[in-house]
Design a binder for this molecule. Structure first.
Ligand SMILES: [Fe+2]
Length: 297
């Protein structure tokens, strides 16, 4: 497992952990003075051929928290991911951290419950449903939720506020590295026009603001990149740099989405992530099961 990428934003430390199987970054935010940490988009690895769930990366982050005597105060999801299983519930059970998502998540949960023929939720598996602009305290800092839909209807970007100013944004699957463009918009409820507007909002932040990705799919000629800046995206992004109109972007996005296969772990990811990554209860044989809808073409 690769070592985390380290960066600083003012007084905030960021450790970015890469899961090569799903190409996902989990970002650990550390506020040393208050000994608090927040974790964005943690991953449970799934070995699809055997159904084996691997907690190695989540455990590694836990060990890191313990070694530095940090308290995990919150787990922040940028959206209900379709390409990996969230480790949010697993880490909550071990740390007591609260899990925060978009206030738009219940509508997505409802459509996923319909898709997988699941009963109504007996209780909401997420602790905090964040409206646009709502904030969480994080030592002397604040973390603010921005509703940035388009990739899915319930995507949030998480912005760090230092002395009242937006100093960094964790943008989920809105933007990818500049040479790749943006997140896809062909999942249920995805909308390229909405994503264009969400991205424009993020790109209205000051030019040097760091933007941290949820994914990277690096071509052979470069290493994985975990962050960029507003300026770099505005100058170089393949699909949304300055000068590309909303209509031109929508056409580009739809063309690209038509070529993309569904993520390999999509069935597992969607039906577990609607419960914050909690595994289904075992049946009488002690085994946990998931559903896979089949189709005959
Ligand atoms: Fe995603």
């Amino acid at each position: 497992m690769p070592a985390p990428f380290l960066s600083h934003v003012g007084g905030l430390e960021v450790e970015s952990y890469f899961d090569p199987a799903s190409a996902t970054f989990s970002h650990l935010l550390i506020d040393s003075p208050s000994r608090q940490a927040m974790l964005i988009d943690p991953v449970l690895a799934l070995e699809a051929s055997t159904g084996r769930i691997d907690t190695q990366q989540a455990d590694r982050i836990l060990q890191r928290l313990q070694a530095r005597e940090l308290r995990l105060s919150a787990i922040l999801e940028t959206h209900l991911h379709a390409d990996h299983i969230s480790a949010a519930d697993y880490l909550r059970s071990l740390t007591g951290a609260r899990i925060a998502v978009s206030a738009a998540v219940p509508a997505v949960q409802k459509s996923l419950r319909r898709l997988y023929k699941l009963p109504p939720l007996s209780m909401q598996p997420f602790d905090l449903l964040m409206a646009d602009g709502e904030q969480l305290n994080f030592g002397e800092l604040q973390v603010q939720a921005w509703h940035t839909p388009g990739h899915t209807p319930a995507c949030l970007s998480w912005l760090v506020l230092q002395e009242g100013r937006h100093s960094a944004a964790f943008v989920g699957d809105t933007l990818l590295a500049p040479d790749l463009g943006t997140g896809r918009c062909d999942f249920p409820g995805g909308d390229a026009r909405q994503l264009y507007r969400s991205i424009n909002r993020l790109l209205s932040l000051p030019p040097q603001t760091p933007l941290y990705f949820c994914h990277d799919y690096p071509p052979q000629e470069r290493d994985a990149a975990w962050m960029t800046t507003v300026e770099e995206q505005r100058q170089c992004n393949l699909q949304v740099r300055d000068g590309i109109s909303e209509d031109a972007y929508v056409a580009l996005r739809q063309q690209r989405d038509a070529t993309l296969a569904p993520p390999r772990q999509m069935q597992a990811a969607l039906q577990l992530n609607l419960f914050a990554g909690r595994l289904p209860e075992p049946l009488s044989d002690g085994q946990r099961y998931m559903k896979v809808p089949l189709s005959l073409d």
